[in-house]
Design a protein around this ligand. Structure first.
Ligand code: FEO
Length: 389
């Protein structure tokens, strides 16, 4: 198998997810009796894909093209590549056929493969595993039995542009940072499907020696590590970490956040402050993956909350981090003070139980700061009590 993908060193905004280290769009060329291309790349990188294929074989020798995922970062140039290489057949999942049609409105025949169906590549057996909603309805894995190799499209991927192709060439800290960030920002809402997938893989007794995702490095020696991490993240278990997410106008709400965090730590919990002046929504999502409580803060601005807080809440609600089980709200106000009610309602919409609120008129005085600390203590104690059960 040859990596024939593309490296996007410059991308920093992946539909709202801040990709600090760029990404790769991985495509794979499997040269068995039948030569097969797995996935394509984002449209502007078509020539990178085609030139990498041409460095291995004459692109016209490709027999099959298999689309494991229809999102445009993997299918953007798919039909142009098909036009160029003229494969005998193109395959996708049932939903993939529909998604490709809806994206590109082409008459090219794409053959739908069923879950569990196999395709003989000549010396290699490809088995298709539907992974609906991981993370699109069309998503599918392909398992190459004789090679014990799983082509996992977005699953087990990360947004990381590197010249190294294998996880064992990259530091663990960087792998953990970017793989957890990817899970938190892309796959978290579908955690129940991840757990079901593991149940299924365990039942089928599939042996996996290599995992080849559509983003980031290929997992060989460190494959067990990413599989174990996915099993853990998918459980969405609350930890004793409290994330305090807030924005501030004149530092009153910032001061309250710091004192709430002191209370959390004094009671034996962990606190991570995410002031939105210096944190992106995808930083908040990443921090939420390993937390148990969400504390939200905003001063009142024009009868509402600060726009940066609203941005993060819109994003976070969609990601459904079920491990965030309890929370609280806080903020300063001048003359009306609507922000706390708005934040409480947002916690409710996320299914997070609010343990209380603290507000300060203009600038927090000693009483408000004492209440802030007490609120931090209360949240940490509640989290620790849950863990002791
Ligand atoms: Fe990498 Fe869901 O596309």
């Amino acid at each position: 198998m040859y990596w024939v993908g593309a490296i996007d060193w410059g991308i920093r905004n992946f539909h709202g997810y801040q990709t600090a280290h760029g990404t790769t769009y991985n495509a794979y060329l499997v040269v068995a009796d039948k030569v097969t291309l797995f996935d394509a790349v984002k449209a502007p990188f078509k020539w990178e894909l085609l030139s990498r294929i041409a460095s291995v074989i004459d692109p016209r020798e490709i027999d099959f093209v298999i689309s494991n995922h229809a999102e445009p970062d993997h299918s953007g140039c798919l039909f142009e590549v098909i036009d160029a290489v003229q494969p005998d057949k193109v395959f996708a999942s049932t939903m993939g056929v529909k998604a490709l049609k809806a994206h590109y409105h082409r008459d090219t025949e794409v053959v739908a493969v069923r879950d569990g169906e196999t395709l003989d590549l000549g010396g290699l057996t490809a088995t298709f595993l539907e992974t609906r909603m991981l993370h699109w309805p069309d998503s599918m894995f392909t398992y190459l039995k004789e090679a014990k190799l799983l082509l996992s499209q977005d699953g087990f991927g990360m947004h990381l542009a590197t010249s190294e192709r294998f996880a064992e060439q990259i530091d663990d800290a960087l792998l953990d940072l970017e793989s957890s960030r990817y899970y938190a920002n892309i796959l978290a809402p579908y955690s129940a499907f991840v757990t079901k997938l593991f149940d299924r893989v365990d039942k089928l007794g599939i042996e996996i020696e290599t995992i080849a995702p559509d983003h980031g490095p290929i997992w060989r020696a460190k494959g067990a590590r990413i599989l174990q991490q996915y099993r853990g993240w998918a459980k969405q278990k609350p930890t004793n970490k409290v994330i305090v997410v807030y924005d501030t106008m004149w530092n009153s709400t910032d001061l309250m956040a710091r004192v709430i965090a002191e209370g959390v730590v004094a009671a034996g919990g962990k606190a991570e402050l995410l002031p939105l002046g210096g944190n992106h929504r995808s930083d908040v999502a990443a921090a939420a993956l390993t937390a148990g409580a969400l504390v939200l803060g905003s001063p009142t601005l024009n009868g509402g909350i600060l726009p940066g807080v609203a941005d993060v809440l819109t994003y976070l609600k969609g990601l459904k981090h079920r491990n965030l089980v309890i929370g609280a709200v806080f903020g300063s106000y001048g003359w009306s003070g609507e922000s706390l009610k708005i934040l409480e309602a947002q916690l409710g919409e996320m299914g997070i139980e609010s343990l209380g609120s603290v507000k300060a008129n203009y600038v927090p005085g000693p009483d408000v700061l004492a209440d802030s600390r007490t609120l931090g203590v209360k949240i940490a104690e509640a989290l620790l009590a849950r863990q002791a059960v």
